[in-house]
Write a protein that binds this ligand. Structure first.
Ligand SMILES: NC(=O)c1ccc[n+]([C@@H]2O[C@H](COP(=O)([O-])OP(=O)(O)OC[C@H]3O[C@@H](n4cnc5c(N)ncnc54)[C@H](OP(=O)(O)O)[C@@H]3O)[C@@H](O)[C@H]2O)c1
Length: 367
């Protein structure tokens, strides 16, 4: 089935049952939980018994989310809801968030699941403080940084846990809808891929191009998730932390707000699209629970509502599986890791600790 038809069906028919399984006594971090999919996922995890740690860039928003979850789960809820501030656009915010997270939990073994959900669609070209286009900064670079900070910490805890903890990235099937030829070309130029994909000259601001860098930000994220999944393995190749990415399908949230500000045509377009084909956040966020219950055999998989792993591999051949894509993955990994190593104190040491001899797929010397 094609994506538009699947989305239309998904609007009316929840693709999975309400989540089951128990998270009693577990702690789940949902990064980016003030609204939308993250907030709905937090309600699911809390309903299933988990204590939740939720984040927003803005203290008042995360407090409002906490009240929403409390109302949704009711007075019989036995868990805790903790609020932290996190801005994936800022390296400093990511590291100070990690410091606070570490002090708020008794030990790394206490964190069972981390859902990395924060993300955005930008319809206007904007530059982050670090100099990258904002969608790339948040969806790709910041999300990778957060995952590496968490992974370094969560890996250490494996020997104190019965089973591996989970890191779940909220990605998107939109990563499939990319032409990688420009990326391949840029990878051979001096500036590299990140600089070119962030350049205003390469930003397609055409009237009908509503989310110029969103799809590519998620593809670059998928390349980074591949590397993070390898780093999550122990010396015997078994995952010390189970890593998955998910696509929630098209979900009615605030994600289109930047598009809607472009013109009244865009505002109506966003409203109509969400009205006709988007499912509720409750329904879309179920995939986060599904992924957090995956066994180690599914480590590294892209979990989604419609495609089996084989179907996904077929559809992802050109952007993930082909020789061109393999070379691209290595280059993107190197560029993002170099950027983070030069700007985030202590990251090099943490990566050195995680680095496994069997990590050939990441490319020798890339870490
Ligand atoms: N909606 C869809 O159809 C759809 C489809 C596929 C994938 N996704 C993915 O699902 C995730 C959630 O999207 P959504 O649809 O729920 O969007 P949303 O309603 O706009 O929510 C986005 C969440 O991310 C947080 N966030 C935004 N910028 C952030 C930043 N710089 N640092 C930290 N957190 C940030 C927001 O928190 P604050 O603004 O309070 O900080 C908010 O909690 C995104 O990664 C998106 O790409 C969505």
């Amino acid at each position: 089935m094609d994506a538009p038809f699947q989305r239309l069906v998904g609007r009316f028919v929840p693709a999975s049952l309400p989540p089951s399984g128990s998270f009693d006594g577990q702690t789940v971090l949902i990064a980016g939980a003030s609204t939308g999919i993250g907030l709905a996922a937090a309600v699911h995890f809390a309903t299933l018994g988990a204590s939740v740690i939720i984040t927003s860039r803005v203290a008042s928003r995360v407090e409002a989310a906490k009240r929403h979850i409390e109302e949704a789960v009711g007075p019989s809820y036995k868990g805790d809801i903790s609020c932290l501030e996190l801005d994936l656009e800022s390296y400093e915010s990511c590291t100070s968030f990690m410091a606070k997270l570490k002090t708020s939990l008794p030990d790394p073994a206490a964190l069972d699941v981390a859902i990395l959900n924060g993300g955005m669609v930008n319809s206007h070209w904007e530059q982050s403080e670090a100099g990258w286009e904002r969608t790339i900064q948040i969806n790709t670079i910041g999300t990778t940084l957060l995952s590496l900070l968490l992974l370094g910490w969560m890996r250490e805890a494996r020997s104190h846990r019965k089973s591996p903890a989970h890191i779940v990235f909220v990605s998107s099937r939109d990563h499939l809808y990319n032409d990688i030829d420009p990326l391949v070309r840029w990878s051979q130029e001096k500036d590299g891929i990140l600089r070119q994909v962030s350049s205003k000259d390469n930003w397609d601001g055409g009237f009908w191009e509503t989310q110029p860098n969103y799809n590519v930000s998620k593809l670059l994220l998928m390349y980074m998730i591949e590397g993070v999944s390898e780093l999550a393995r122990g010396p015997d190749g078994e995952p010390l932390v189970i890593v998955n990415s998910v696509c929630p399908g098209m979900v009615k949230t605030d994600i289109g707000r930047h598009i809607a500000t472009r013109s009244w045509v865009h505002a109506i377009g966003v409203w109509l699209t969400l009205f006709v084909i988007a499912k509720t956040a409750d329904s879309g966020s179920r995939i986060c629970v599904t992924a957090a219950l995956k066994p180690k055999e599914n480590h590294g998989e892209f979990v989604n509502y419609w495609m089996t792993p084989d179907m996904y591999r077929g559809q992802a051949e050109s952007v993930i599986g082909s020789d061109k894509a393999r070379a691209l993955q290595k280059q993107v990994w190197k560029e993002v890791i170099d950027e983070l190593k030069s700007n985030v104190p202590g990251l090099q040491a943490s990566l050195d600790k995680m680095c496994q001899p069997a990590m050939d797929t990441l490319g020798k010397g890339s870490i």
